[in-house]
Design a protein around this ligand. Structure first.
Ligand code: UDP
Length: 365
């Protein structure tokens, strides 16, 4: 079996690391890795190939920036060419980015079956580009690899044939087990460099367009975090998009003087930061789950989350950034809290399950 895998954004590189490894264990399976280029900097892309021991992509499309339509269109064109050249038996896509949608559309139009990892997630907010990408991808995929029972329920409600839906658990949990543990045995890394003691600081990541492209929400987040910073050190690895937004608003210097800003981190240093944080405030999907994997309370600075089981079990609190006070109160109030003993993301063998299902061939609908 020949599988073309499409990756492009940071979380996809992280998820693909374990599935690629599971594929390499099968001599009857060949993976061709395609990097669209959506994230391209050394610290948003290259570092993950090195740290997570991934083979270099065979095709690098170098497509980044531009509007959603422009980016998706250029990717669609370039991925179609790769599929025509490679003639794969399946195309594998991850998550909900423009790379995911472009890979899916290119494949289905050429009658190549698509496998979607992280199928069935829903925010029910159609203003999010991610929600549009994931709904369209699920609609035309052949294998829908759902991470949670909630995701399976969404697909059922949308009328997806059960034969196409596979509850495999969350590949991010596989990554946390395989590589997260490595981070903790390889020394303190960024914790020593930045002079951070365990349990002493608040870790922040913000990158969703909902927050970065809305000056009022971003100002509320920054002002709320300034209030937090008066009591606890705030450590913030800054996503390139957020850096641009803070700069545009003229508040980057102010944030730099009140908080510890870091460049985007590699996966291993990110895990070190997560495990040592008193609380994590984020709008990232992956980071919400990693907080839970490492037993750290999480505050999600959004109006909704796809990972509702973490809110239900008390590990995560939804705090829409409607005011600075809401942000400060939400973040400080979560310190020292814990959630229930739940196991919603499988057993850490999702990647093997995905590869096994694909090797069984196209499911009969
Ligand atoms: N991550 C990282 N360095 C950072 C911030 C995040 O390695 O500076 C990792 C994080 O540990 C998680 C993944 O990136 O594994 C989450 O990706 P991101 O927040 O970019 O996207 P999302 O999960 O929201 O789609």
């Amino acid at each position: 079996m020949k599988v073309v895998t499409i990756v492009g954004a940071r979380p996809q590189l992280i998820k693909a690391s374990v599935v690629s490894q599971a594929m390499r264990a099968h001599s009857d399976l060949e993976e061709v890795l395609v990097h669209t280029g959506q994230h391209f900097d050394a610290n948003m892309s290259d570092v993950f190939f090195d740290e997570l021991r991934m083979p270099s992509p065979k095709h690098h499309l170098g497509i980044a920036g531009g509007s959603h339509g422009e980016m998706t269109g250029r990717m669609l064109q370039a991925i179609e060419r790769v599929i025509l050249d490679e003639r794969p038996d399946a195309v594998l896509v991850y998550g909900d980015t423009n790379s995911t949608l472009a890979g899916t559309l290119a494949a289905v139009k050429l009658h190549v079956p698509v496998a979607h990892v992280e199928a069935g997630l829903r925010s029910f907010n159609m203003k999010m580009p991610e929600e549009v990408n994931r709904i369209l991808t699920d609609r035309v995929s052949t294998w829908l690899f759902a991470p949670t029972t909630e995701a399976v329920a969404h697909l059922r409600r949308e009328g997806v044939d059960d034969a196409r839906v596979f509850l495999v658990g969350d590949v991010m949990y596989d990554v946390a087990i395989q590589h997260g543990r490595r981070a903790l045995t390889l020394g303190r890394g960024v914790l020593d460099t930045a002079g951070l003691d365990d349990g002493s600081f608040v870790l922040v990541t913000i990158h969703r367009a909902d927050n970065t492209d809305d000056p009022t929400r971003l100002a509320n987040i920054v002002q709320g975090l300034r209030e937090v910073a008066a009591k606890r050190r705030v450590v913030w690895p800054l996503h390139p998009r957020t850096r641009v937004a803070l700069d545009r608003m003229g508040i980057l210097d102010d944030v730099t003087t009140t908080m510890t800003l870091l460049p985007p981190q590699g996966y291993l240093d990110m895990v070190r930061l997560e495990t040592a944080a008193a609380v994590i405030a984020t709008d990232s999907g992956g980071v919400q789950k990693e907080a839970f994997f490492h037993g750290v309370p999480c505050v999600t600075l959004r109006d909704e989350t796809e990972w509702t089981e973490l809110v239900d079990s008390g590990w995560n609190r939804l705090v829409p950034p409607t005011s600075a006070a809401a942000v400060a109160h939400g973040v400080l109030g979560a310190i020292g809290t814990r959630g229930a003993d739940v196991h919603p993301y499988g057993s850490g063998h999702s990647a093997d399950a995905i590869v096994d299902m694909m090797l069984r061939g196209v499911p009969r609908a």
